[in-house]
Design a protein around this ligand. Structure first.
Ligand code: OVM
Length: 404
């Protein structure tokens, strides 16, 4: 996709549409279709940034971390010309060589081996939560009762942070993910409160706050061994608290919505509970809780027949790539018979979600617990979207279940 002597033969397709408008955020698929049809790379005139919406193009750019860097920030702000609002993440907003040690440490701590011990505990926690919810009745808001309740019950304990103040976690993440976009109504709404939320989050990353035996403790132990520096440890804990809460809440929301609207898939899962894993990845493909991230070019790069000049921001539409009919037959369908692997909902390449095994274990535990007790799931009202510049999310999801 790159050439040593960049040449571009055609004028770049351009749109004046705003992907961060309330209308597009509430219903992004029509815009994403137009984006993919417009070309491999499209100029978003309003912001002076580029956009990619096709699967092959997004995937190739994500794999090319040398040409499309993350260390200038993965939001619309270029850290080389504008100061970031918080110290950059050592994972998300870094590239090799600085990225290597934090990434290696965290991928061991959050890897499948490390999670083996957690799996039976989280399954018991999920069974207990589902029992508690169903005890209250068979109609509930699936967002608060399940999608928010389960991650908030298990994840902060697994990190090892104190109980007090956990109410800051969701609004912190929500504003962080808004802040990757332009300073629109969503950012303006969150800005007055972010100091308070961020202050609390940053305080919980200190060694004295962190309980023994969890992910946070393992990060500090890596600093003791010299795998990372003591100055890096709190920022890596911060990554867990930044990337690990809202994302999993919305992933669980996505999988619950998918099942509620695809009763055939729920019947298949009940027949074969091992399908919970593929259901999770198919829901991530379908809904991509993280819809977009930016990259920044490190030189002139030709993609297809357009030239992206050096030091330009490019918005990668992960959700759009996961709906590209060039790659996915019947992309809108939640289909447990397809192989969703290769979706870019977790990104791709060196930055691919390091927490995905944790997220998968949370969702599989909860879906398994539900499948043990519930014959069918349906929506009993229109679910409402929660708008965010980066996240695809539900605010409410009125649900009724029939017990088995
Ligand atoms: C981080 C971070 C924050 C938000 C998202 C993310 C999806 C990472 O602070 O490292 O990855």
């Amino acid at each position: 996709m790159t050439t040593s002597t960049p040449t571009a033969s055609t004028a770049i397709p351009t749109t004046d549409e705003d992907p961060f408008s309330a209308a597009v955020l509430a219903d992004p698929l029509p815009f994403q279709h137009r984006l993919r049809e417009a070309g491999e790379v499209v100029l978003l005139e309003r912001y002076g940034v580029y956009a990619m919406g096709r699967y092959d193009t997004v995937r190739a750019a994500l794999l090319d971390w040398q040409g499309f860097e993350s260390s200038a920030g993965v939001g619309i702000t270029d850290f080389r010309t504008e100061a970031p609002w918080r110290p950059p993440s050592l994972l998300l907003e870094a590239d090799p060589p600085h990225h290597d040690a934090p990434r290696a440490v965290l991928s061991r701590i959050l890897g499948p081996r490390a999670l083996r011990e957690l799996a039976p505990r989280w399954q018991a926690d999920a069974d207990r939560l589902v029992d508690e919810v169903l005890e209250q009745g068979t109609e509930f808001d699936a967002v608060t009762s399940l999608a928010e309740a389960f991650p908030l019950r298990v994840f902060p304990d697994a990190v090892g942070i104190p109980e007090e103040g956990r109410r800051h976690l969701l609004p912190y993440g929500d504003h962080l993910f808004n802040s990757f976009g332009p300073e629109n109504f969503l950012v303006q709404h969150g800005a007055p409160h972010i100091g308070e939320h961020a202050g609390w989050v940053n305080e919980q990353c200190a060694r004295e706050k962190i309980a023994d035996g969890g992910f946070g403790d393992a990060i500090w132990s890596a600093a003791d061994r010299g795998d990372i520096t003591p100055a890096q440890a709190p920022l890596i804990v911060r990554s867990l608290l930044s990337a690990g809460v809202d994302t999993t809440v919305h992933a669980i929301g996505a999988v619950l919505h998918a099942f509620a609207t695809h009763p055939d898939a729920w019947a298949m899962l009940r027949e074969d509970p091992a399908l919970a894993r593929v259901a999770f990845d198919e829901a991530i493909r379908l809904e991509a809780p993280v819809q977009t991230f930016f990259r920044t070019t490190t030189r002139d790069i030709v993609v297809g027949d357009v030239l992206i000049p050096d030091r330009r921001k490019i918005l990668m539409f992960l959700g759009s790539a996961n709906h590209d009919p060039r790659r996915w037959p019947d992309p809108q369908r939640f289909d447990l018979t397809r192989d969703p692997s290769g979706h870019v909902g977790f990104g791709m390449g060196i930055h691919q979600c390091v927490g995905q095994h944790v997220a998968r274990l949370e969702a599989v535990s909860l879906v398994t617990a539900l499948a043990r007790r519930v014959e069918s799931i349906e929506l009993i009202g229109e679910p409402e979207r929660h708008l965010n510049n980066t996240l695809r999310a539900w605010e409410t999801m009125p649900m009724r279940v029939e017990l088995s």
